[in-house]
Design a protein around this ligand. Structure first.
Ligand code: ADP
Ligand code: MG
Length: 679
C-alpha cells in the first residue's frame, strides 16, 4: 500500500466509510496516517477510589466485588459491576448491554476509564472503557489511548483500527529527512514516529514522536522557502545602486532628529541590499512610533540618487496624505520631486501626475491603492515601499511591484512578530526589526475601565484639554458593518459635543467622509483647532499628532491586541505624559486577560507574541495567503524553538545542494512549486 493510494484500500473502508472519511478531509492513506490524535486518554495514572472527584475523568483499578443485572422495566437492562480497591468502591454502569455480564466474574481485576459521576451518594462510571489486567500485568501495562477529532459518525475504535492497518501495510512511509539532521536533532525515524504518535507507550515517546512529526513539517516548509530564495538570488538581476552619496546625506541632515540605533541598522540593511546584485525584498518591522517613515524616506532618496523612481503605498487616505506632507518636509529644498495620488485626486491633476511619472519628472509617488491602477506607469521604477503591509493583500503588493522590471521591494509593518516567525510566513522576505524607540518617549499609562469610572475619566479628559492637550476617542468597531460603525461614532460625537464637552471643540472623522473633509478634520486636529477627535478606526494607522495625550477606546473588547496597541501608539508621541484608556464592560475572561496584557506591556513585539498565543496560530494572518503548506502536527506559534531548529537544519541541507524536489512538490503543490522549479 502506498501513501498516495486511496483510503479504500484500507481494511474496513467501504464506500460509505470512504465518504465519511472524505468529509474529514481524509482521501488517501497519507491523509489517514496524518490524521493525528487531538489528545490522549491517560491510562497511566491510576487514581485511588477514595481520591476520586465527580466530573473528572479518571482511571481506576479494582477487583470485581459484585455483579448485578437490573431490569427496571421491560426492554431495559442495567448492569452494575461493583469494583473495590481497598480504599473505596465504584460502580460501573452499563445500560442495555446485557451481554456485558458475561465478561465479568467476581475477583477479576479491571482497569476502567471514564468520567466520574456521583449518584445517590455513590461513585459511578457510566459505560466506561475497560481493560482486564491482572496485578502482574499491570506492572508493565502503560497506555495512552489516542482520541481523534471525530465527527461524521465514525466510531473511535474504527478509526484506530483503520489507522493501525494503514501503518502496518504502508510501504513508502520511508525516511525523508537527511541523515545529518536526524542525527544532530536526535529525531525518531519517520515510520516509528507515525506509529508512536498514534499509539505511544509513554508520554516521553508521544512527545518525541510529535517532535519528529512537527519538525518534519517545519523542515520542509523552511526548505521550500530557502530554495525559493536561493533561486531568486541566482536568477534575477536587480538595480545595483551606488554607495549612498550627497542626496541621502542631505536628507539625513535635514531630519529634525538623529536616527536611533534601530533605524540606522535598518537603513544599513537596506543600503546593502540595494547596492547588491539581487533586488531587495525586505520587511521592516518596528513598533508604532519607532520611526519607520524616516527609514523609508532615506531608501527613496537613495533610489532617486541613482536615477530611478520610487513609490510608497499606504492603506488609507489619511495616512498616505500625512506621509506626503512629511516627505515634503524631509525633502525640502532638495531635488526630489514628490507627487501624491489617491482615488480622490481630480482628473486634471491625475493626468498631469501620470504624465510626469511616465516622463520621469516625478521622482517619488506617494498614495493609496490608487497607485496600482493600470494606467499608472513609471518611466523607471526602482523601489516600491508598502507601508502597513498587513493591511494589503499580497496581490495588491505584487501589482505595484510589477510596474517596474525587478524593483527593490521594501514592506513595512507595525505589527511586529518574532523574527523567526516573520521569516516563516513572509517566506522569502528578509527581515529587519527596529527595536527601541526614539529617545524621550514616556510609556503610555494604560488603564482598563468599565462604566462606573466613565464620569471620572471624562473629568480627566476635560482637565487635559484645559491644559492644552488633545484627546482621541475611538469608537467601537462593529464587525462587517461600516454603517453601524458610523452610527456609533456619530452618536458618541453628538453626546460628547453637546452634552459632555460643550466648551471644547469636538471633531469627527470616519471612513465614509469625503477625502477633502477628512483631510480637513485631520489637519484641524493636527493644528490644534480641535481639542477632541471622535473617530472610527480610520485613524488606526500612522497618524501623528504629538500634542495628543489621551487615547480613549470605546468597546475595547472588540479590538485585537495588535490593534489596541496601534491605537495606543497614536499618543505618547510628544514630551507630555500620555494615557490610553480602554473602555469595556465585557467581563469575559479572555477580554480581561487582553486588557491586563495591554496595561502591563508596552513592547509591541512582546504584545504580539502574547496575542498570537491567545488567538492560536489558526488565525495567523497571511500564513496560507503566502502559499504555505498545511501544518498538521506543528503549531507555528507554540513550536517556535523547533521552527528555529528546522530552519537552521533546512538551511544546511540546501547549502549541501539538496533540493527535495519530490517532497516539496508534494507538500507545497501548485503555484509555489511552479515558482521554484519551473521558468
Ligand atoms: P512609525 O514607525 O510608527 O511609522 P513614524 O515614522 O510615524 O513611526 O515616527 C513617529 C514619530 O517619531 C514621528 O513624529 C517622527 O518624526 C519621530 N521620529 C522618527 N525617528 C526619530 C528619531 N530618531 N528621533 C526622534 N524622533 C523621531
Ligand atoms: Mg508608520
Amino acid at each position: 500500500m502506498k501513501l498516495s493510494d486511496s483510503v479504500q484500500y484500507v481494511k474496513g473502508v467501504g464506500p460509505k466509510m470512504k465518504e465519511k472519511l472524505g468529509r474529514l478531509g481524509i482521501h488517501t492513506v497519507e491523509d489517514l496516517i496524518s490524521f493525528y490524535p487531538r489528545r490522549y486518554q491517560d491510562w497511566t495514572k491510576i487514581t485511588k477510589m477514595e481520591d476520586l472527584r465527580p466530573d473528572e475523568e479518571a482511571v481506576i483499578y479494582g477487583e470485581v466485588a459484585d455483579i448485578r443485572k437490573i431490569m427496571p422495566r421491560r426492554g431495559m437492562t442495567i448492569l452494575n459491576v461493583l469494583l473495590t480497591d481497598g480504599t473505596s468502591a465504584v460502580t460501573l454502569v452499563y445500560f442495555n448491554q446485557p451481554w456485558k455480564e458475561e465478561q465479568f466474574r467476581r475477583g477479576m481485576h479491571v482497569l476502567a476509564y471514564g468520567k466520574i459521576e456521583y449518584n445517590y451518594g455513590k461513585l459511578q462510571l457510566s459505560n466506561p472503557e475497560i481493560e482486564f489486567v491482572s496485578p502482574e500485568e499491570l506492572l508493565t501495562f502503560q497506555k495512552l489511548v489516542p482520541i481523534y477529532p471525530l465527527t461524521e459518525g465514525i466510531r473511535i475504535q474504527q478509526m484506530r483500527n483503520m489507522i493501525s492497518f494503514a501503518l502496518d501495510h504502508v510501504e513508502d512511509l520511508v525516511e525523508n529527512l537527511p541523515e545529518e539532521t536526524l542525527a544532530s536533532q536526535h529525531l525518531m525515524g519517520r515510520l516509528d514516529a507515525a506509529k508512536a504518535i498514534h499509539n505511544p507507550v509513554s508520554w516521553e515517546q508521544q512527545k518525541e514522536a510529535r517532535r519528529r512529526t512537527a519538525f518534519e513539517e517545519l523542515f520542509f516548509m523552511q526548505a521550500g522557502i530557502l530554495l525559493l530564495r536561493k533561486k531568486r538570488r541566482s536568477h534575477v538581476m536587480g538595480i545595483k545602486c551606488a554607495p549612498s552619496g550627497q542626496l541621502v546625506r542631505s536628507v539625513l541632515h535635514q531630519f529634525p532628529f538623529t536616527l536611533t540605533e534601530g533605524q540606522k541598522q535598518a537603513f544599513t540593511d537596506i543600503e546593502n541590499d540595494m547596492e547588491g546584485l539581487v533586488p531587495m525584498q525586505r520587511l521592516i518591522q518596528g513598533d508604532v512610533g519607532s520611526g519607520k517613515t524616516a527609514v523609508a524616506a532615506l531608501a527613496l532618496a537613495k533610489v532617486v540618487e541613482n536615477g530611478y523612481q520610487g513609490a510608497l503605498m499606504a492603506p488609507t487616505e489619511v495616512l498616505a496624505g500625512q506621509h506626503y506632507r512629511t516627505f515634503q518636509e524631509f525633502y525640502k529644498g532638495l531635488p526630489i520631486h514628490v507627487a501624491y495620488l489617491s482615488g480622490q485626486t481630480k482628473t486634471k491633476e491625475r493626468n498631469e501626475i501620470l504624465k510626469g511619472l511616465k516622463e520621469g519628472d516625478i521622482d517619488v509617488l506617494i498614495g493609496t491603492h490608487a497607485l496600482i491602477e493600470e494606467d499608472v506607469v513609471f518611466a523607471h521604477l526602482g523601489l516600491v515601499i508598502t507601508d502597513e503591509q498587513h493591511r494589503f493583500g499580497v496581490k495588491q503588493r505584487k501589482a505595484l511591484e510589477t510596474k517596474g522590471g525587478y524593483p527593490h521591494i521594501l514592506v513595512m509593518t507595525a505589527t511586529p512578530i518574532p523574527r523567526t516567525m516573520a521569516l516563516s510566513i513572509y517566506g522569502d522576505l528578509d527581515v529587519s526589526s527596529i527595536r527601541g524607540m526614539p529617545p524621550g518617549r514616556h510609556p503610555v499609562k494604560t488603564y482598563a475601565i468599565g462604566s462606573p469610572l466613565l464620569q471620572r475619566v471624562f473629568n480627566f479628559m476635560g482637565r487635559e484639554m484645559t491644559a492644552g492637550h488633545q484627546v482621541y476617542v475611538v469608537c467601537p468597531l462593529v464587525e462587517q458593518s461600516e454603517k453601524q460603525d458610523l452610527a456609533s461614532a456619530v452618536s458618541v460625537y453628538e453626546e460628547l459635543k453637546t452634552r459632555i464637552f460643550p466648551m471644547f471643540h469636538v471633531g469627527l472623522v470616519h471612513g465614509r467622509m469625503k477625502n477633502d473633509d477628512k483631510e480637513q478634520v485631520m489637519r484641524d486636529f493636527h493644528d490644534g483647532k480641535l481639542n477632541l477627535l471622535v473617530a472610527t478606526s480610520v485613524i488606526e494607522v500612522g497618524v501623528n499628532v504629538p500634542n495628543a495625550t489621551i487615547m480613549f477606546v470605546y468597546g475595547a473588547d472588540r479590538f485585537g491586541l495588535s490593534q489596541l496597541h496601534q491605537l495606543r501608539g497614536r499618543v505618547g508621541r510628544g514630551s507630555a505624559q500620555s494615557y490610553c484608556i480602554l473602555y469595556s464592560d465585557n467581563r469575559n475572561e479572555v477580554t480581561q486577560l487582553r486588557m491586563k496584557l495591554m496595561c502591563e506591556i508596552q513592547d509591541g513585539f512582546l504584545l504580539s507574541e502574547k496575542d498570537l498565543l491567545l488567538r492560536g496560530s489558526g488565525e495567523f494572518f497571511g500564513y496560507h495567503q503566502h502559499g504555505m503548506p498545511d501544518l498538521k502536527a506543528a503549531d507555528i506559534v507554540k513550536d517556535l524553538p523547533l521552527l528555529e531548529d528546522a530552519r537552521r537544519e533546512a538551511g544546511k541541507a540546501v547549502d549541501r545542494g539538496m533540493d527535495f524536489k519530490e517532497e516539496l512538490s508534494h507538500r507545497f503543490g501548485g503555484a509555489f512549486f511552479k515558482k521554484l522549479y519551473k521558468e
